[in-house]
Design a protein around this ligand. Structure first.
Ligand code: GLY
Ligand code: MN
Ligand code: MN
Length: 431
């Protein structure tokens, strides 16, 4: 196991941290389902990004001062009995030898040792408000550090959310290769689903198929709860009940991506249960696909990150006017936001260790511009629930198409293009 990559990321913080400061990044705790039955442990993403270390209730402290940059970790102590029940622990020795920290302590010592580490520094940075109970702990440690010498300068507490988030925003080669793998696995699962879905299947069966296809390719967990939405269920944006039977006249919207070695993929495809789009379904589908293609074309270094959003709004507005679902001048309708009755969510989000990944969307008062190494989803949609005041023929049609787009030096790369989005290709795959 080579953990140099994580050590290098910690060392790179030398350029980003203020002088004479300490950065604290708390790891995740084990979450219990009931009694002593725990959910599978998932490390906090920023903690993992800087350590590669996957044991619960750990803490990283990165100290930046005139002596250089030093990384310290607090980890669960070695414990013969606990290790019999729950498995191997690295302990402080393993944290130094295998995870390349400069110093490691057992986490039962945090309250005693951390105030000494903070003492004499001017700033403590940590992600404020992200972990329950942690804000109070930082205040307590900082107060204890300050009270060691009442004549020393007080310690300022600063939010590190943007600092770490924006580091994570630009993906390195190692990350891109893992996300590429997560995307490939997820795309293959979508292809398998398109080939096998049939009238009368239950949404839950389709869900289990995705989990199986992910798992057999090395991705044990989905990156988020899959949305397996037949017919009108597609109009519930976060539908996760996944328990209805599919009808041959339905479209099936599946938003499902796996997590591979901690990295997420996020793909949506919408396809006809019968294998053949109806005329109305196809009309709506083509508008979404046009919006998708135009939006992806605008993901380029230097372009404003809101450009795909605006383009997708315009294409969808125009398309809805062309088929009579909106009436009036497309430009005016776009300005008034009339499309929001049909397309009510944003075009996408950053993707990485988390499906809705860390990283800002603005720089100062402006939206950011795209830079190589960023990965964004592009996911336009049109949703027409039966409650809407439209001709019956449109009711119950919900379409979203979602791909994962890497910004490159020469434009972009669609990491999930392997799974067809062209309606003819979908129909031929399903035939
Ligand atoms: N799968 C979550 C999303 O598309 O944002
Ligand atoms: Mn998404
Ligand atoms: Mn999604």
């Amino acid at each position: 196991m080579d953990n140099t990559i994580y050590k290098n990321r910690r060392n790179n913080l030398k350029e980003l941290l203020p002088n004479n400061s300490v950065l604290l990044i708390p790891g995740a705790d084990l979450q219990y389902r009931n009694a002593d039955s725990a959910f599978p442990f998932r490390q906090d993403s920023s903690f993992y990004y800087l350590s590669g270390f996957c044991e619960p209730s750990s803490l990283i402290a990165i100290v930046n001062n005139k002596d250089g940059i030093k990384s310290i970790i607090f980890v669960p102590p070695k414990d013969k009995l606990k290790e019999i029940w729950d498995g191997h622990r690295s302990g402080p020795v393993g944290a130094v030898d295998d995870f390349l920290f400069d110093k490691a302590y057992d986490n039962l010592q945090i309250d005693k040792i951390l105030p000494d580490i903070l003492h004499g520094h001017e700033e403590v940075l940590y992600p404020i408000g992200k972990k329950k109970g942690f804000d109070q702990q930082v205040i307590d440690w900082t107060t204890a550090a300050g009270s060691k010498d009442r004549h020393s300068k007080s310690i300022n507490i600063i939010d590190a959310t943007s600092l770490i988030g924006n580091m994570r925003l630009i993906k390195d080669e190692h990350e891109i290769s893992l996300i590429r793998k997560a995307c490939d696995i997820s795309a293959e699962a979508h292809i398998e689903a398109m080939k096998s879905v049939k009238d009368g299947d239950n949404e839950q069966q389709i869900e289990s198929m995705y989990i199986h296809e992910f798992s057999k390719r090395g991705a044990r967990f989905p990156a988020y709860n899959p949305i397996i939405a037949g017919g009108e269920n597609a109009c519930v944006l976060h539908y996760v009940e996944n328990n209805q039977n599919l009808k041959s006249s339905d479209l099936l919207l599946v938003d499902a991506g796996c997590e591979y070695q901690m990295y997420a993929a996020d793909i949506t495809r919408t396809f006809p249960v019968s294998g053949k789009f109806s005329e109305e379904q196809l009309q709506i589908y083509k508008i979404v696909l046009d919006a998708m293609n135009a939006a992806i074309d605008s993901v380029k270094e230097g372009n404003n990150i809101m450009q795909p959003q605006e383009i997708s709004e315009k294409v969808i507005t125009e398309g809805l006017v062309n088929i009579g679902l909106l009436k009036g001048d497309p430009e005016e309708l776009h300005k008034s936001g009339a499309y929001k009755d049909f397309y009510m969510h944003k075009i996408g989000h950053w993707l990485g260790l988390d499906v809705h990944d860390a990283g800002d969307y603005t720089e100062g008062d402006e939206f950011m511009t795209f830079k190589p190494g960023m990965i964004t989803t592009i996911e336009p949609g049109i949703y027409i629930s039966s409650k809407m005041d439209v001709d019956d023929k449109w009711k119950g049609i919900g379409v979203r198409i979602e791909d994962d787009i890497l910004v490159t030096k020469d434009g972009n790369e669609n990491l999930t293009k392997k799974v067809p989005s062209d309606p003819n290709e979908i129909e031929s795959l399903m035939s």
